[in-house]
Design a protein around this ligand. Structure first.
Ligand code: T4K
Length: 403
């Protein structure tokens, strides 16, 4: 039976949730510890420029990841830009289109052309088999993205990079605290970049970090993120202001102290979604390899319209009508956004998997802001929206509006 949208927005009643349930609601660690740290910053009167909290944050990340060097940055986008510059990339760099726009912009911002590659429909990550035909004499690197924290096919990418003498970078914005084949993400390629944006499970308000095992590259990156200064009055290279400040580091350190708690909450939420969604045909939750470490920050479902009858966008509208602010990450794919769309008009035809995924995927709320009861209700709305199941008004009242 085909359903009518109006009928499904919980029959035109008030939204199910009084408060909006956002994707990306920040996790906040101990307020007391954070405020104490910020007080100390104010007392020290050392607010930025490689302060003690930034140094501590860098050391703690390096030791958690088991990587030689960590350079904190003001955000991951600038981190990517610095890593790209420090690696000497130019010309063309191959990246997936199914990612946040920052991956592409970090290249284009410095006049490097992102060459969009299709993704594997199962992993959502760049498909190594599609890379070689895109390599030209202008290609200088491949930049993989560990989307949703699931590691790219690192070996395959390393082999291609090695064969064509290309640099290999990873946008690891989603993958802090995640492993790939037993090794922590952050140890691969020439360098990797994490994000500590407010919406990440471990956050520093805004922030990022470049990690690498290459000491020479690390030294270059340290100079570049501080205008190229090697000492007072001595600039050795072109640089920018990519520094993290002390208040961000205070938040980052406080978040770091709670990451096991945040991951446990995310895992609890993920398991609850898995249980509830298992009997909703056509709403398919992506899976994570249980052998790997994972932050479970992204609860991603693929809507199979051949089963649900209504499409992802209709489901999205229904959820929003109920105050569940799901997100269509990453619709419509970078190649369909400016300045890339006008330049490569027929690209959509080639990136079949990206196009299909961008039309099917929905990110659902998780993190410390929501619990099992909210998840049950979100799933009940999904069930109502996508199946022919009969739910009486009385059931709705008792089960949904009880939250
Ligand atoms: N590479 C990848 C693969 C990335 O996903 C990202 C960022 C980057 C690189 C760049 O990293 P950064 O330079 O940002 O460190 C959000 C984040 O702003 C962005 O960091 C993140 N990826 C992306 C996936 O999500 P938007 O455009 O969706 O942001 P916005 O303002 O719509 O907020 C997202 C949700 O979070 C909303 O539901 C509201 C909620 N939210 C947000 C903030 C900032 C809150 O509840 N509280 C808050 O303080 O990009």
């Amino acid at each position: 039976m085909k359903k009518n949208l109006n009928e499904l927005a919980i029959f035109g009643g008030p939204p199910t949730f009084k408060e909006k349930l956002h994707v990306g609601r920040p996790n906040i660690g101990s307020r007391e510890v954070l405020l104490q740290r910020i007080n100390d910053v104010l007392d020290r009167k050392w607010l930025t420029n490689n302060g003690p909290l930034v140094q501590e944050f860098e050391q703690k990340i390096a030791s958690l990841i088991g990587v030689k060097h960590c350079i904190a940055t003001c955000n991951a986008t600038v981190g990517l830009e610095i890593a790209i510059k420090a690696c000497g990339l130019k010309g063309e760099v191959i990246i997936p289109s199914f990612t946040f726009i920052a991956t592409a912009h970090a290249l284009q911002w410095q006049g490097i052309e992102p060459i969009f590659c299709d993704v594997d429909p199962n992993t959502h990550n760049i498909d190594p088999q599609k890379i070689e035909p895109l390599i030209t004499e202008n290609t200088t690197a491949i930049m993989g993205v560990h989307l949703w924290g699931r590691g790219c096919d690192v070996e395959a990418l390393e082999q291609i990079a090695h064969r064509y003498n290309l640099k290999l970078l990873f946008d690891a914005a989603h993958a802090f605290g995640c492993s790939y084949q037993g090794q922590m993400i952050g140890n691969f390629g020439n360098a990797e970049v994490f994000s500590f944006h407010a919406t990440k499970f471990c956050n520093s308000f805004e922030g990022g970090a470049i990690v690498t095992n290459d000491s020479e590259l690390a030294q270059k990156i340290r100079l570049m993120k501080n205008f190229g200064f090697s000492d007072y009055d001595c600039v050795e290279d072109l640089g920018i202001n990519g520094k993290m400040n002390e208040v961000s580091a205070a938040m980052g350190l406080t978040s770091l102290e709670s990451i096991d708690h945040f991951i446990n909450i995310n895992l609890r939420n993920y398991n609850k979604y898995q249980q509830e969604l298992s009997n909703i045909p056509g709403v398919n939750l992506i899976t994570y390899d249980k052998e790997e470490r994972c932050n479970y920050q992204y609860v991603i479902v693929e809507i199979d319209q051949s089963i649900t009858e209504i499409d992802r966008d209709q489901i999205y509208k229904i959820l929003w009508a109920e105050n569940i602010l799901a997100r269509r990450y990453f619709y419509p794919g970078c190649h369909q956004m400016e300045p890339y769309r006008s330049r490569i008009a027929d690209m959509g035809l080639m990136l079949t998997n990206t196009r299909h995924l961008a039309a099917r995927v929905l990110a659902l709320p998780t993190g410390t802001a929501i619990g099992k009861r909210e998840i049950s209700n979100i799933c009940q709305i999904l069930r109502l929206a996508t199946t022919g199941e009969k739910i009486t008004n009385e059931m709705l009242y008792q089960n949904i509006h009880a939250c």
